[in-house]
Design a protein around this ligand. Structure first.
Ligand SMILES: [Ca+2]
Ligand SMILES: [Ca+2]
Ligand SMILES: [Ca+2]
Length: 183
């Protein structure tokens, strides 16, 4: 879609829409989210009843509920509606903090040895789950590891998630979640 503006956050939300519209029908609905959850569950070979799988499902359900609450009675969102609802929901954290809730659940899945940090091999595994084969994707690891101690802490991960939604800086680590954009 041609955008009249190069607003960095709009560009990032465009990426997020494309990544979330998993069946590519031009709308984001619950089934798109369900496919993402299923992908994590099969990719990490965990059971649906696993605590981490349940937490991920519930956080996506809360996030989706929040998006719909900001979208006036529809049950699927066009690209434009998704932009508006996501901007509104990422600022209104009164019911659920979508900016941090889902990332915490994803972090818990990525942290397979449960030491509360993401090591390089855990990051590689995450890329494999999503079939990311681009070697430059590992660059994101170094960018996310802000203090350079060789692992991504929970704090570094959540900070990056906040940057994705709030920071106009396209070079910020959080802006690299879905690959590099240039203004
Ligand atoms: Ca869709
Ligand atoms: Ca770990
Ligand atoms: Ca670190």
């Amino acid at each position: 879609m041609a955008t009249a503006t190069a607003d960095p956050i709009t560009m990032k939300l465009d990426q997020l829409f494309t990544a979330t519209d998993t069946d590519g029908d031009g709308y984001v609905d619950w089934s798109d989210h369900q496919r993402i959850v299923d992908r994590y569950v099969s990719g990490y070979k965990i059971d649906k009843s696993d605590r981490r799988a349940k937490a991920l499902l519930i956080s996506y359900q809360m996030q989706w509920t929040e998006l719909l609450r900001h979208a006036d009675g529809v049950n699927r969102l066009s690209r434009e509606q998704y932009h508006l609802a996501t901007r509104a929901a990422s600022v209104d954290t009164s019911r659920f903090n979508m900016v941090e809730g889902v990332p915490h659940a994803i972090f818990d899945l990525m942290d397979t040895d449960e030491d509360n940090v993401i090591g390089k091999s855990e990051f590689k595994q995450y890329l494999e789950v999503w079939n990311v084969t681009d070697p430059s994707a590992m660059d994101a690891f170094a960018a996310l590891d802000l203090d350079g101690d060789g692992v991504i802490s929970r704090q570094e991960f959540i900070r990056a998630a906040r940057e994705f939604f709030y920071s106009p800086d396209l070079e910020a680590p959080g802006s690299l979640f879905f690959g590099r954009l240039s203004a």
